[in-house]
Design a protein around this ligand. Sequence first.
Ligand code: CAP
Ligand code: MG
Length: 420
Amino acid sequence: MGYVDLKYKPTQDDLIALFRVEPAKGYSVKKVAEHIAAESSIGTWTEVKTMKKRIRKLGAKVFSIKGKWIKVAYPSELFERGNMPEILSSVAGNIFGMKVIEKLRLQDIQWPKSIIKSFRGPQFGIPGVRRILKVKKRPLVGTIVKPKLGLNEKEHAKVAYDAWLGGCDLVKDDENLSSQKFNRFEKRVVETLKMRDKAEKETGERKAYMPNITAETNEMIKRAKFVKKNGGEYVMVDILTVGWSALQTIREITEDLGLIIHAHRAGHAAFTRGYHGISMIVVADIARIIGVDQLHIGTVIGKMEGKKEEVLEIEEEIEHEFIKERARKLSEKWYGLKPVFAVCSGGLHPGLVPRLLKLMGTNIIIQAGGGIHGHPLGTIAGAKAMRQAVDASLKGIDLREYANSHKELKLAIEKWGVLK
Ligand code: CAP
Ligand code: MG
């Protein structure tokens, strides 16, 4: 059955996938495109006698082949509304394992309104988070409690308190901290929220704690309810290790509980790097559609890989209402989905702030773990130095000059330098 139809014009209601294809030896891109469209919609490796005329209409259509890049249109009735796992089992399932493919990368998806509207989308997004934290315009400053594992609940809470005292708006658990023997979830939440309240009173600023609820789904529901009961406003979830189905459940629960979702992407680089896998753009799409409020997207200049063009594309994908079509990028309409806060984190320190803001703009969350707790004078000074770096950048003052009258920043720059 022909799945390649270069004359096909996709309808508004089709889901469109953009793939980069490296065929196995002896196969053309066109031949492989045929296999991809078949296997990800209604076909298999051979014609079947059970096929019916009406079913053929459901077949995916390859409507564009340009070099290694193909576009495939899927009738949206192939997909169950509100069921992200099933959608991905189709467009991001068996096809990666087919022998006819050397490498395959799912680069982007254009989602039809009927599918987008079958999910909740972000409850708060950027405007809601800014309203709750009472920070209108400047970038939010956050930290991750370090060492990432090993502190007990009270030590954890004290590090958080110092970070808030020094000027952090947000403090999060690290991605691999859940409820270990040395730091139980419930006790940590109670102790850390107590410190949050203390820091709010002493600074007069809103402060927020993002406890990591990553666990088996029923356990995550319990932990989210515990956070709410104890006056928390956020949950943090490692969205890839918990899985899309669990994230959908957490989004349902947070709707009733009114909790902000901070999405960590630990594990993404197992399949978002290089030419075989799924791009971070697609991960960002899915996260926004299901409805996270904040998402780690990279820093370009920190310790994690992520080229400038890609990180900026991810920021555009999660913040804008319309995305224009361009090379290696499908257009997108988000039909009113709230913008998701871009979280820039990983290897950051005060000396990188000016360049980061120049690259990413100021409507972001800047997170520094080592870059705060590694400050020569400790956490409070580290948080102060981050805020001083943000203030200097927003005022357009050179960091080294600003450091002359801000000792915490001066010490940070002496230790880690400044990226012009
Ligand atoms: C950063 C971090 C974050 C990374 C994740 C870490 O700590 O807590 O998990 O930012 O990377 O554990 O590395 P540092 P990404 O500030 O000490 O580097 O945001 O790219 O997903
Ligand atoms: Mg971490």
